[in-house]
Design a protein around this ligand. Sequence first.
Ligand code: CAA
Length: 261
Amino acid sequence: MSAVSESPVLVRREGRVGILTLNRPQQLNALNDALMDALGAALLAFDADEGIGAIVITGSDKAFAAGADIAAMAGWTYTEVVRDQFITRNWETLRQVRKPVIAAVAGFALGGGCELALACDIVVAAESARFGLPEIKLAMLPGAGGTQRLPRAIGKAKAMDLCLSGRLMDAAEADRLGLVSRVVPAERLADEALGLAATVAGYSLPALMSLKACVQRAWEGSLTEGIGYERRELYARFATEDAREGMQAFLAKRPPVFQHR
Ligand code: CAA
């Protein structure tokens, strides 16, 4: 086996799309420190790369990720997780990423795996996807944002049902509840997610980053604060070459050529 295939996160690019594949197939992509460190580093590298406009995170056919690594966690003490800032230290790197991040989910997305998908901007699911926050079965709780993002995504009643029962939901239910953005047959997942990412990455990068920040405000803050933020970001578009090009191209009935500035 080559060094590359042993890496817990495989990194590649297609045009302006950066693709990160979680790669611990024997453990159903259980998210340990090595994987989350590698994922965070790869995310930051793509975020800093001028040639990348959108990022896709995916797993295997069987598992996007089956959660935090239970084998690793089983021996940890309270003192150790506080000292080492479990989750905060490396999982939350994703929150620093300003470019759009798309999760392409097939198979199990459980616990931390579901939370990872929830922290992405768009979730494209295969019909085989199974979502759930089963931590309660371990006498644990969803601690990578799950107790906060799931109620925001699907409402308190459904979130309580999923968290307290530990049950899994299929892709159709996840679609109905608004947990995922779209569902496709498993064999179409890669094409759908990469096609979507390529479309997004073709737009003006400063506009994309601004738009993502605006929607995040809606997710996290009050309406008044969010509207004010959105208005400032709208005004800022008028300072960009890309917005001028986008509008002129529309009026001239030609495709825009964005310089990402
Ligand atoms: N951590 C560590 N190893 C895991 C794992 C996890 N979260 N999930 C699966 N694995 C391992 C299994 O131990 C098994 O390893 P061995 O072959 O060495 O025995 C291998 O992956 C394959 O798993 P199964 O044999 O269990 O596969 P299955 O198809 O029978 O079942 C499953 C699949 C339903 C996903 C089952 O593996 C499962 O329930 N996994 C645990 C899911 C879970 O509880 N996730 C939450 C973790 S806690 C968390 O995430 C906290 C947080 O919020 C941060």
